[in-house]
Ligand binder design. Structure first.
Ligand SMILES: Nc1ncnc2c1ncn2[C@@H]1O[C@H](COP(=O)(O)OP(=O)(O)OP(=O)(O)O)[C@@H](O)[C@H]1O
Ligand SMILES: [Mg+2]
Length: 369
């Protein structure tokens, strides 16, 4: 039997939103109502992202239609959720980053351990899986990603949408990219650069025209800094990846980096550790391994801290050359690309586990004096 729109809206107008008081028709929550013989479909447009009544209203709609119009009605309801609005940020364009499914911080305690190299190759390997991937270079001390992605001279386009200025990320090797280096002059004094950099990072996050992304990777400067704090205040960081070499001094700093993220006030989960420069392998003797920074240091630390070891990457000349030439090694088929592919797979698995086991990370509240 076919039903009329009038009959259906009459039935739905008996369902009230328990919190808002009015019925779902007068609240404008029923949209795109279509009827095809006994198939009734519509969109239930929620007014806030985490409406606790979404599921009960949906069930009530189905029940009311069945009771009033007959059990044979096939009801299909799609939920429409508005974009998340975050509170304190001065930037209006919150929709940009709200379409990013996972934000991943790449950090280390010590400098020079290969964060940027790992970030670039991981981003390229993730993009090869068919995912949409963005990468922000948040290192004010030495932005290096534009060079590693072969986009040193790129100038991101700035467009106006009403009052808003949007920055279009540049793209290479399947990765959308923006760097603090595009906006902060490296010759400016470090203190001045620091103040500008936190602001620049906010803009890259909120005004970057990221669109829908599966993964947005943030390559952080070494240690713990204002940049780290800005990041966890501005967005909900899904998880952090800690890069270290197996050397004791690097591991000691890695522990400090881990503590920063897992501390009570920040509480960002660690997805795992990456042991970079795990051994040296000469290109011409691929089966030889020389453990110049020690053997399995990071692996043992991961076991001790009960964190996943996401991968072990050797020191190989072509990894460095890939970085210097702007053609990441992960983009060229070979055993090194295979190890970054395996790393990407492990990171994606850990993200799935993290997202099923833990709620969304809370942004760190900014305390106004
Ligand atoms: N697995 C590797 N094999 C060979 N060279 C590597 C490897 N990892 C990193 N490098 C080289 O080591 C140097 C430092 O790496 P990278 O810039 O990625 O470190 P970083 O931790 O980001 O440094 P910073 O703390 O300055 O940001 C670079 O010249 C890079 O090409
Ligand atoms: Mg770096």
């Amino acid at each position: 039997m076919s039903h009329t729109k009038q009959a259906i809206t009459d039935v739905l107008s008996t369902i009230r939103h328990p919190e808002l008081g009015n019925d779902v028709i007068s609240l404008g929550m029923i949209q795109n109502l279509t009827i095809e013989s006994n198939k009734i479909s519509f969109t239930l447009a929620l007014q806030k992202p985490n409406d606790p009544f979404a599921s009960s209203i949906r069930k009530a709609c189905v029940k009311a239609i069945h009771q009033n119009l007959g059990e044979d009605a096939e009801v299909s309801i799609e939920l429409k959720v508005p974009a998340v609005q975050t509170k304190e940020s001065p930037y209006k364009l919150q929709a940009s980053v709200s379409k990013v499914k996972n934000i991943i911080a790449i950090a280390s305690g010590k400098g020079g351990v290969g964060k940027s190299t790992v970030a670039v190759n991981l981003a390229v390997a993730m993009a090869k899986t068919g995912a949409s991937v963005g990468l922000i270079d948040a290192d004010i001390f030495g932005p290096s990603i534009p060079k590693m992605l072969g986009m040193e001279d790129a100038k991101p386009e700035i467009t106006k949408e009403g009052e808003l200025e949007l920055i279009t990320p540049v793209e290479n090797h399947g990765v959308k990219h923006l760097s603090i280096g595009f906006f902060v002059n490296p010759n400016d004094a470090l203190v001045w650069r620091g103040a500008m950099a936190t602001n620049a990072l906010r803009q890259l996050i909120h005004q970057g025209a990221w669109g829908e992304l599966d993964y947005l990777l943030i390559d952080l400067p070494p240690g713990t800094s204002d940049i780290h704090l800005t990041l966890v205040q501005e967005v909900s960081v899904t998880g952090a990846i800690i890069v270290s070499t197996p050397q004791d001094v690097a591991l000691a700093d890695a522990i400090k980096g881990i503590s920063m993220f897992t501390g009570k006030s920040i509480d960002v989960p660690i997805l795992g550790l990456v042991e970079n420069m795990a051994w040296f392998t000469p290109e011409e003797l691929p089966n030889n391994r020389y453990y110049i920074f020690g053997k399995d240091g990071c692996k043992k630390l991961a076991e001790r801290m009960r964190l996943p070891l996401l991968g072990q990457i050797p020191i190989v000349q072509s990894i460095r050359e890939g970085g210097d030439s702007g053609v990441p090694i992960a983009s060229k088929p070979g055993i090194l690309a295979d190890s970054f592919d395996a790393l990407a797979k492990e990171v994606i698995s850990q993200l799935i586990i993290r997202n099923t086991e833990r709620p969304e990370t809370k942004r760190v509240e900014i305390k106004h004096k």
